[in-house]
Write a protein that binds this ligand. Structure first.
Ligand code: NAD
Ligand code: UGA
Length: 433
């Protein structure tokens, strides 16, 4: 089976590399020539653990993987074509911007020469895959292609493992022929007994948004509970543990913090709300989830300023700039939002992140970037832990304190034991405790 993947972002590149690892001949296409050139040299354009090893193996040893900027050349022999381009939020509207998907569908329609399956792997609102079909059908007979929805559930930072060992694979299709082809494609996962869910295209598209939205709901829920815990003297970590042990609730996505960020939860929650609105329905639970998450960084910044009496010209250390650990992605990063709000109030932000400093600087040139966490903590009296990178979990706070008084720690991710830091003389503030 020959595969073509259009778009080499997080989803496209991981999908392509992992299918090559399964043994399929795979070509990945991107219109960004610079990106394609880097990839041809086994250079991953973003930080994602393990990708460069896979690139090197399948570009240079097995030769199952290739990269191209020519869609017309690359898809002509493909049995399955995956659309993995971005579906960002439309500015101010929340609706998914499907421009990239429509453009790719047009291009595919002009370049299919034999039967193939066209798969939407990008996260797309219900109805999109069938619209892709309509676009292609303007030029190609419906007998010569099928469309399938096969959403992706990988997380950045653990993308390869998530792809190779998924909790489930969802296949939304219209007929047995395309369902059989997709099941054949995922046969390597039968060995590890991955559940494969076959359903309609519409249900498959909804499964993706409902899953992301549900996880985002858990996060906003626990963050609201965290605020209550702070008021009444409870500890949200104990509360989450006590709740999560109930298997009907589950212990995942109950870590309180600065709110969810990243390239997907914020935009997907908004797009799902918009889909409901377009169908005259009100996903009011999600509107509350979204609104609370949007406002959360403001309340965190207000808390930091009021508890530590910050004034214009003061310096604050911010540890972590990516939206989560093990990625250099700063899209919708809560750390960057916190930095901007503080900078707008005249506060100087000294920051360090193991991987995301280059991307962060492009977003906010006023950040003062330091070579390590210790340098970032020099000459500041307030330390904010924004992202829970492993290397921030065992910092030497005795050394950082260096006999100074009135040092504040805002441990937004609850990675430290409050008592230990208080014993060292810090004023410690966690989230929800
Ligand atoms: P991305 O923005 O990182 O990458 C998209 C790529 O598509 C870019 O390299 C761009 O140059 C390329 N592209 C755009 N138009 C093209 C065209 N006409 N021809 C060839 N290439 C083109 O996007 P991403 O983060 O990989 O997300 C892609 C989709 O997958 C989105 O719908 C997203 O919601 C979904 N998704 C993302 C993740 C994630 O962890 N990032 C996980 C699951 C699902
Ligand atoms: C998320 C989903 O987990 C993936 O299944 C999905 O494929 C992907 O979105 C997508 O559609 O793009 P990702 O955004 O990479 O993956 O990262 P997560 O680990 O889910 O974290 C998202 C945000 O939630 C981060 O800001 C993280 O810090 C926050 N989070 C997560 C919490 O605040 N608390 C938690 O308990 C878990």
């Amino acid at each position: 089976m020959k595969l073509a993947i259009i778009g080499t972002g997080y989803v496209g590149l991981i999908t392509g590399s992992c299918f090559a690892e399964f043994g399929y001949e795979t070509v990945c296409i991107d219109k960004n020539q610079e990106r394609v050139n880097e990839l041809k040299n086994s250079k991953c354009p973003f930080y994602e653990p393990g990708v460069e090893d896979l690139l090197d193996k399948h570009l240079n040893k097995t030769k199952l993987l290739s990269f191209s900027s020519s869609l017309s050349e690359s898809i002509k022999d493909a049995d399955i074509i995956f659309i993995t381009v971005g579906t960002p939020s439309k500015r101010f509207e929340g609706e998914a911007d499907l421009t990239y998907v429509w453009n790719v569908a047009e291009e595919i329609s002009e370049n299919i020469h034999k039967y193939c399956v066209v798969v939407t792997k990008s996260t797309v609102p219900v109805g999109t895959t069938k619209k892709v079909k309509k676009i292609i059908a303007k030029k190609i007979s419906e007998k010569n292609f099928d469309v399938v929805s096969n959403p992706e559930f990988l997380r950045e930072g653990s993308a390869i493992d998530d792809f190779m060992r998924p909790d489930r694979v969802v296949i939304g299709c219209e007929n047995k022929k395309s369902d059989k082809i997709m099941k054949e494609l995922y046969r390597p996962l039968y060995l590890i007994e991955t559940p494969i869910i076959s359903t309609t295209i519409e249900s498959s598209e909804i499964i993706k948004y409902a899953s992301n939205s549900f996880l985002a709901t858990k996060i906003s829920f626990i963050n609201q509970v965290a605020d209550l815990c702070e008021e009444v003297g409870a500890n949200v970590q104990d509360v989450a543990k006590g709740m999560g042990i109930d298997r009907r609730i589950g212990n995942k996505y109950l870590h309180a913090g600065p709110g969810y960020g990243g390239s997907c939860f914020p935009k997907d929650v908004k797009a799902f709300i918009k889909t409901a609105e377009n169908n005259n329905l009100d996903l009011s639970i999600l509107s509350a989830v979204d609104q609370f998450n949007e406002e959360r960084v403001n309340s965190i910044v207000n808390k930091i300023i009021s508890k530590s009496n910050l004034k214009k010209g003061d310096k604050v250390t911010l540890l972590g700039l990516s939206f989560k650990p093990n990625t250099d992605d700063v899209r919708d990063s809560t750390s960057l939002k916190i930095a901007k709000l503080l900078i707008d109030k005249g506060i100087i932000i000294k920051s360090y992140d193991p991987e995301a400093m280059e991307n962060a600087k492009l977003e906010n040139s006023e950040l003062v970037l330091c070579k390590d966490a210790y340098k970032a903590c020099e000459a500041t009296s307030v330390i904010v832990i924004g992202t829970e990178w492993n290397e921030f979990r065992a910092l030497n706070f005795f050394k950082i304190k260096n006999n100074r008084e009135n040092l504040y720690i805002f441990d937004l991710r609850n990675i430290y034991n409050p008592e230990e830091l208080k014993d060292l003389g810090y004023k410690y503030f966690g989230t929800g405790k």
